[in-house]
Structures are given as C-alpha cells and as structure tokens.
Design a protein around this ligand. Structure first.
Ligand SMILES: Cc1ncc(COP(=O)(O)O)c(C=O)c1O
Length: 306
C-alpha cells in the first residue's frame, strides 16, 4: 500500500526506535502523522548517547508492527556521539527495519582520516540527513537528504502536475522533497564544494576538532568547570561546578554564567540539558574560527567563573 496515496490511517502499524534523537526528529514524527510521542525510547549505553544494541535487538525481536524504523545518530547535538552504524545496519536487515541516520554534523567527518572511522557504515543506511548549513558553512536552510531508495522516495513525493514539463529535466527535484517550487539552494553548496573541496573541508573539520579538544583539556585541568562528555568531534558539554555547590545553586550559577559569557561578545554558547541537568554546550563550526579564538574562549571562561 502507498502511504502517500492512502494516508497513514490505512497503513499497517509503524514502530519507530530512537536512542538519543535530536528534537527535529521528534518534531518530524509529529509532522508525518506518526506522533511526537509515538516512538520507543531504547536504552543508551552507559554514559553514551548511542543505542544499546542488545536493548534494541530485544525491542525489534518483540516488535509486532510490520513497519519498523530505527533512527540513529552520527554526531549527537550534545556530545557528538556516533552510533555503531555497521552493527545497526546488520540488525536492521535481520529484523526488516529501515535505518535512518541523522548525520547533520557527523556526515562530514568522512572527509577526514582522523574522524572518518566514526561514521563507518553510513553508506549502509536506507536514508541519511545532513546539514550543509552547519559544517559546510553555506547560508541557512540547506539540508541534504540521501537515500538508497530513490524510486520509492520519488513515489512518496510525486504528484501529477501536467502543466510542468518534465522531458529532459530529470531528475525532477519537485518529486524528491516536500517543496514544489524551491529556490536554488544547491548553487552555494555546489560552489563551496568546488572552492574548498574535500581537502578544504578536511582541514576545517580537523582544526575545529583540535580547538574543541584544547578547550576541553583546559576544562579538565580547571578547578571550577567539569567536562561532562568524552570529546569525539567539534562539540563539548560542560558545567561550572564550584566545589560543594548544591544542584539548585549550580543550575542558577550556570544560567548566570551563560548570560555573562554571551553578553561579553567574545563567544556565543548555548544551554542544554545533559543527563537531566542544565549544562553548557560549545560547538565550533564557523570557518572564521582561528586558533587565537581558543585563548579568547578560555580567557572568557576564566573571567566568567572568577
Ligand atoms: C544532530 C542534529 N540533527 C538535526 C539538527 C536539526 O538541524 P536543523 O535545525 O538545521 O534542521 C541538528 C541541529 O542542531 C543537529 O545537531
């Protein structure tokens, strides 16, 4: 049956499995009519933001829904964590589940020999999303969707429009996405890829990850901040944790700290919730970031906590 033709109401049951989904995934489940709450939250590995594969296998084995979608991460928003995509794809094949990978940041790690191993198996996914407006630094709203199932994808997005001539113009991108008319987002993307190429992005990505590692090391050595995650990519979560501070005080101190840091004009970091508690999140992806900025960030942290 075709969901695009007959709607979800006529579709067999669909089960969605997530471990650490980005909020946009939850929003999309709502938009698709599956429902924002209608997913199985599968356990993560201890201290990680990735699927516990044994827990997922138990869920898949017990699943009675004929439709199964597993949504994995290549670079989570908080700790830049990566699911084991090779094992996930084997599990998905065994249990006839569709594997989608949110690789908004992580896809671009493939440019680097130092980080490419994190996304091993990405090509095994049924569908992948990535964001050119993040690490590729093109203007906002330039998302990219990849799929191994182009014909299926086109069937889902096509509607008959006899007034639009198609001959000689294939692929018809209006049949490959939500929008009918769309602006030429691909142009800046194509131009930046031509201008910087793989090696240009490799050096951008590797230097951003080096900067984040240097900042993380300073946090580890500092007595007033605590690093909350291992560093895998270009993002870190941390917290101002003066000794003996209570949960409530800590939360308020960190709210004030983030305000001071952002008002300083030296940097802009974002708040987040990490393992249920307020935390600070720093991510580097702008092409203008230089090694001198690492010192500026560290000085701003030092001043803000004093
Ligand atoms: C891992 C991940 N997935 C998805 C998104 C959503 O991206 P956008 O807001 O550009 O749609 C983000 C944005 O930060 C993200 O970090």
């Amino acid at each position: 049956m075709s969901v695009s033709q007959q709607g979800l109401c006529s579709a067999p049951a669909i089960a969605v499995f997530c471990a650490a989904p980005h909020s946009s995934i939850i929003k999309d489940l709502g938009l698709l009519g599956i429902g924002q709450r209608n997913f199985k939250a599968v356990a993560c590995l201890t201290d990680r933001e990735v699927f516990d594969l044994s827990a997922l296998e138990r869920e898949l084995a017990a699943c009675e829904a004929p439709g199964r979608i597993v949504i994995a991460s290549a670079g989570t928003v908080n700790s830049g964590d990566f699911d084991d995509l090779v094992s996930l794809s084997q599990l998905c094949r065994r249990y006839n589940a569709w594997l989608h990978v949110d690789a908004a940041f992580g896809a671009f790690a493939r440019c680097s020999d130092r980080y490419g191993h994190l996304v091993e198996g990405l090509e095994l996914a049924d569908s992948i999303t990535a964001d050119a407006h993040k690490w590729l630094n093109v203007p906002y709203d330039c998302g990219i969707a990849f799929t191994r199932h182009v014909a299926l994808h086109e069937r889902a997005f096509s509607a008959d429009a006899p007034y639009v001539p198609m001959e000689g113009q294939l692929p018809a991108f209006m049949n490959r996405g939500v929008e009918q008319s769309r602006r030429y987002r691909a142009l800046p993307l194509w131009m930046t890829l031509k201008a910087y190429g793989k090696s240009g992005y490799r050096s951008l990505i590797e230097s951003h990850c080096d900067y984040v590692k240097a900042i993380a090391q300073w946090i580890v050595d500092s007595s007033s901040y605590t690093l909350l995650c291992d560093i895998r990519l270009n993002v870190l979560v941390f917290r101002h944790e003066p000794q003996d501070s209570s949960y409530g005080t800590r939360q308020e101190l960190n709210r004030q700290l983030i305000r001071r840091l952002n008002e300083s004009g030296e940097m802009f970091i974002t708040p987040t919730t990490y393992r249920g508690e307020f935390a600070l999140r720093l991510s580097i992806s702008n092409w203008m970031t230089r090694s001198e900025d690492v010192d500026r960030v560290i000085n701003a942290f030092r001043t803000a906590a004093s």
